[in-house]
Design a protein around this ligand. Structure first.
Ligand code: IVH
Length: 678
């Protein structure tokens, strides 16, 4: 039995390694669970045979009163920081002066590693078994967190013995960083929010807070991971370089950061760092800098330590992406579908080189839950292109007279009452005449997935709304040539082109019109579903909540939203105007032969090839057919146009040899809009 258990554990540990360290599992989760179940059952039957390195022992132990202090046999130094290239060059200059005679900078090799933003640990292995995990503490004395470290799935409890790897050393201290991967951090915080629990400001705090739990069962449920980056000491192996240390640890089964590089060229060191600095948002973990290390360990020893940090390494710190500042006021934005979202006006603060004055507050539920208030000092985070966000208030700094925030009851722009749909966090202004929504509605209405009015961008929408020519989307169909010519930037040609595109949009099918209305929660997929059940806007208008809910794919929220939209008087007036303008408000049966002939692409045969810039093949085909054209697969003499995108192949050469006109997406739209004629 003992043998069987050992084998089962080895197998499970191997799969844990494949999953958590290599990120390359070879069995399904279900198979893994099955093996764990078997092991657990056997261990219940044979409790004497349970070992410390059994994967069942990763679930956490009895809670502690306090952490035991441990003295590190070799102190854990910190790193000196550099904040720009100049300071790194300065460091290199000092290294150069300390080199032995005859050696120059040219002889150096560097290892460059992302500086993981987590917390440092020292893991002690005795004859291959993890016997202690300790935090760095002050570098000399740390805390014994063995029970917690044992719950982290990519940390080996026992170094596996394998023919392809070096034998486990008698004694080994691995140093590395415990961190929480960003995706896991986001998931974990969301889960905390959902349960009304406190959230962590960043992955570093999450990792530190999770590892320093007196109850290791809590740690066991936190998605922590390790990257090994150094050997404290090792008995039974000779390690000449940092690179060899990383490789040795990797062979023993420790997770090593794959983003580490090695070079002799100092210019390349700086290039790597700049590259990471810019690309830090694409890393799976938070890095707050890069660490440059001399590769040669003898050289490291020769240079030694100054104060608390080694002379042979330096941390190039990235600019912080978080800052604290004062929240001046909480305001609201009204989006296209009337969704009202809160944002914060802040006292200007520099975050990672960018001045931030505003940040999102996500939604009212989140804002109320975190109890963020005007006047609070708050933590603001900015990551890459993401909109800056208020993470949380610093309660200790809250002014005594501060008041909890009250979400609005009326729209901040049109002052109509806001609607709160059941089970949804958002507050919604359902008044389509709301000026704040107008420009965004126009933008959406004319977009490709809706009425597809070519050449009608957001700028034109803003201009026309500002000129008072558009008070709602239906006004688009009342625009005249004379009106357009008075708008800045419009000449004869541009005005005619836009009017033709507007005219053309009237033949957009019902599902596009429904999409264009911008009813909360009714996007193109739902709009299409609706047209299968309700063949006209009139029918939809008459539908009750129950009628709507009967449709497969439409739940109570969407049903609510549709009913609310149609019951609003200005919306009814909008529909009437669109009807008068001649839009398709009912499912059109088979287009009659006569109608078909008058369509812009009537009698034209198209072949599509290559990747189009914005359409899929299906979309392009639908567009052509909608306008009376036909799409075939092969190029022949009968083909009128080849619609070609990028990476077009043999169809393109065939069309060229047959002298068939080759057009792109925008040319096709021009043809339909009547600019080129056909
Ligand atoms: S080497 C003597 N490498 O940075 C060298 N440290 O301020 C000691 N860190 O406490 C550290 N990633 O928590 C090293 N690739 C890396 C690192 C790293 C993160 C942290 C570690 C240490 C701190 C130094």
């Amino acid at each position: 039995m003992e043998e069987k258990l050992t084998q089962l554990r080895q197998e499970i540990n191997y799969h844990l390694y494949r999953y958590h360290t290599l990120d390359d599992p070879i069995i399904s989760d279900a198979e893994y669970d099955q093996m764990m179940k078997q092991l657990r059952e056997l261990e219940v039957q044979y409790p004497d045979l349970v070992t410390v390195d059994s994967p069942t022992q990763r679930v956490g132990a009895e809670p502690l009163e306090s952490f035991e202090k441990v003295t590190h046999p070799l102190s854990m130094t910190s790193l000196a920081n550099a904040f720009d290239d100049e300071e790194v060059r300065h460091w290199l200059g000092r290294v150069e002066r300390l080199l032995p005679d005859g050696m120059t900078v040219e002889d150096l090799e560097f290892v460059v590693e992302p500086k993981i933003d987590g917390l440092a640990v020292a893991l002690t292995y005795q004859d291959g078994i993890l016997v202690r995990g300790a935090t760095r503490g002050n570098g000399v004395v740390g805390e014994n967190v063995t029970a917690n470290v044992r719950t982290i799935k990519n940390i080996p409890l026992r170094i596996p013995v394998s023919a392809d790897a070096p034998p486990p050393p008698t004694r080994l201290e691995v140093r590395g960083e415990i961190y929480m991967p960003i995706a896991e951090f986001n998931r974990f915080n969301q889960q905390q929010l959902d349960m009304g629990e406190k959230i962590f400001a960043n992955p570093r705090n999450a990792a530190a807070g999770s590892l320093r739990q007196l109850d290791s069962k809590i740690t066991a449920n936190r998605p922590l991971a390790l990257f090994g980056y150094a050997i404290g000491y090792v008995e039974g192996a000779e390690i000449p370089t940092q690179l060899a240390a990383l490789e040795y640890l990797r062979q023993l089964g420790f997770p090593i950061n794959p983003d580490i590089t090695h070079t002799k060229d100092f210019a390349a060191v700086l290039d790597f760092i700049h590259h990471w600095m810019e690309g830090r948002d694409s890393l799976r973990y938070d890095a707050d800098g890069a660490v440059i290390k001399l590769n040669d360990i003898k050289l490291q020893q020769l240079l030694g330590v100054a104060g608390n940090s080694p002379r042979w390494a330096i941390a190039y710190k990235f600019q912080a992406r978080e800052a604290t500042t004062k929240l001046l006021e909480i305001k609201c934005n009204v989006g296209r579908t009337g969704q009202v979202t809160p944002y914060a006006n802040l006292e200007a603060v520099n975050i990672g080189g960018v001045t931030v004055r505003q940040a999102t507050l996500h939604n009212f539920a989140d804002l109320v839950k975190k109890d963020i208030r005007a006047g609070d000092t708050v933590i603001v985070k900015r990551a890459g292109d993401v909109i800056p966000q208020v993470v949380k208030p610093i309660l200790e700094l809250r002014p005594p007279d501060s008041q909890p925030y009250q979400p609005p009851t009326v729209c901040p722009d049109c002052h109509e009452p806001l609607t709160h749909f059941e089970d949804e966090v958002a507050l919604v202004c359902i008044n389509t005449a709301c000026p704040a929504q107008l420009v965004r509605q126009i933008e959406y209405f004319v977009s490709r997935s809706a009425m597809n009015i070519d050449g009608f961008g957001i700028k034109i929408g803003e201009q026309l709304a500002k000129a008072g020519l558009l008070k709602n989307v239906a006004d688009i169909y009342a625009l005249t040539r004379e009106q357009l010519l008075k708008v800045e930037g419009f000449g004869d040609k541009k005005a005619d082109k836009l009017l033709a595109a507007i005219e053309n949009s009237k033949s957009q099918p019902l599902e596009k019109v429904l999409t264009a209305l911008g009813i909360h929660d009714v996007g193109s997929a739902i709009a299409t579903l609706i047209t299968h059940e309700f063949s006209s806007v009139e029918a939809l208008q008459k539908a009750t909540h129950d009628d709507l809910e009967k449709v497969e794919g439409i739940g109570p929220h969407i049903a609510d939203s549709i009913v609310a939209w149609f019951s609003h008087l200005p919306n009814q007036q909008l529909i009437e105007k669109l009807r008068q303008a001649g839009l398709t408000l009912a499912v059109v049966g088979l287009t009659t032969a006569k109608n078909k002939e008058s369509l812009p692409l009537a009698k034209l045969i198209f072949v599509i090839t290559g990747t189009l810039p914005t359409w899929s093949r299906e979309q392009a085909k639908a567009f052509i057919e909608q306008h009376g054209g036909k799409v075939t697969e092969t190029v022949s003499k009968k083909t009128n146009y080849l619609l070609a995108g990028e990476k077009a192949g043999s169809k393109l050469s065939k069309a060229q040899s047959l002298g068939i006109p080759i057009i792109d997406e925008s040319k096709l739209q021009e043809i339909v809009a009547g600019k080129l004629g056909n």
